[in-house]
Design a protein around this ligand. Structure first.
Ligand code: SF4
Length: 364
């Protein structure tokens, strides 16, 4: 379901612009439709009033909690059921953030990501994206929404942008606290500046080398990393929000001194934050994170050389649930793992890549 369909439904029930805005505001803020001191009878058409409970139930069914997996860092990974039986991962982040999924599966096929292995299953509708935020808000306060879950938001641009506009206009989320995460796509750089709500930008760079990037992110647009950085810098200057670069650190792949030199060359002096996220090992994939010593050296070196760098961990990695593993385990019927506190229902489905979550949880 998408947000336009909800608007159409409300209008067909006699909602005027004020009623429509009120209904969407209450929904996105996870408040009941009968909130407020004024009796609904005093300002709402009868057909709309009578249809509200059913509509509320339908909206609640868009994103249902199947299981919750708390991490020691204050995050909690949620396996969320959509109303056709598919599932996505939504992650409650420390400091009142939530990470949402924009696709079931993903077509980019990053070689280090579990989600990318099965390709794209389907798009997540704009209302389903917002519903993940509403579900999170029913569990915790939410002031920040990052689009870093399963899927590439650029491949579902209309739905993601519609969700961003609604969350920024009615959902009470600050515009710079909406973080659009992408591997880099021309359509993103054209589209984001046009919205009334302009989100912050997170760019998954992972390497400065064009050929290596094509290997690691095989179906990402073949844009030179230097060009991506130039485009991102323009957007950052236009919006006033720094670019949040994401770099999944993989031992022997993109943790060399040559990469550090190139990062300094490309990003020093830019309005940007580099988030280094040591790779979170995934069953069946052969990649490893660099040693703690090497990771610390990278962090120190980049900061000393003028690139504002943070070291981050993938949220909830202590529950062995990084990068699509929740869904994979659920699909395999192996949900009862360390850290799983409640399995509400088991169904085949998907989960998300959240390698950069913790970075987004606190980046401004
Ligand atoms: S890392 Fe992100 S863009 Fe790459 S395959 Fe996984 S979900 Fe898709």
């Amino acid at each position: 379901m998408n947000i336009d369909q909800i608007r159409q439904r409300l209008r067909s029930l006699g909602a005027g612009p004020g009623h429509e805005q009120r209904a969407l505001r209450l929904w996105t803020q996870a408040k009941p439709q009968n909130s407020g001191k004024q009796a609904l009878e005093s300002f709402m058409p009868k057909p709309l009033r009578e249809a509200l409970p059913a509509l509320e139930a339908e909206l609640a069914g868009l994103a249902q909690l199947r299981s919750e997996h708390p991490g020691a860092d204050g995050s909690a990974r949620l396996l969320v059921g959509l109303n056709d039986g598919q599932t996505v991962e939504t992650v409650l982040l420390p400091r009142e953030g939530v990470c949402v999924s924009s696709q079931v599966g993903c077509a980019v096929g990053c070689v280090f990501c579990m989600t990318g292995r099965d390709g794209l299953i389907r798009q997540v509708g704009s209302a389903e994206i917002v519903a993940q935020v509403v579900l999170a808000r029913s569990m915790r306060p939410v002031r920040k929404v990052v689009f870093m879950g399963m899927g590439e938001p650029a491949h579902n641009l209309d739905n993601v942008c519609d969700a961003i506009q609604l969350l920024g206009q009615e959902g009470g989320i600050g515009h710079k606290s909406l973080v659009f995460s992408t591997v880099g796509d021309e359509r993103v750089f054209e589209r984001l500046p046009q919205g009334r709500v302009k989100p912050a930008l997170a760019l998954s760079l992972h390497t400065t080398k064009p050929e290596l990037r094509r290997e690691l992110l095989p179906r990402a647009p073949a844009i030179d990393p230097a060009e991506l950085v130039a485009q991102a810098e323009r957007y950052a200057r236009a919006t006033g929000y720094p670019v949040q670069y994401q770099w999944t650190l993989i031992e022997g792949v993109n943790d060399g001194d040559d990469e550090l030199d190139a990062i300094v060359h490309l990003i020093k002096g830019h309005y940007a934050i580099m988030n280094m996220i040591p790779y979170n090992a995934v069953d069946g994939l052969g990649w490893r994170r660099p040693s703690t010593e090497r990771t610390t050296e990278i962090f120190r070196s980049l900061n000393q050389r003028g690139v504002l760098t943070r070291l981050r961990q993938s949220a909830g990695q202590d529950v062995e649930a990084g990068c699509g593993q929740l869904r994979a385990r659920e699909a395999l019927g192996r949900g009862a793992r360390r850290g799983v506190v409640s399995i509400v229902a088991a169904a085949p489905g998907q989960s998300g890549d959240v390698a950069a979550l913790a970075a987004a949880a606190s980046a401004e």
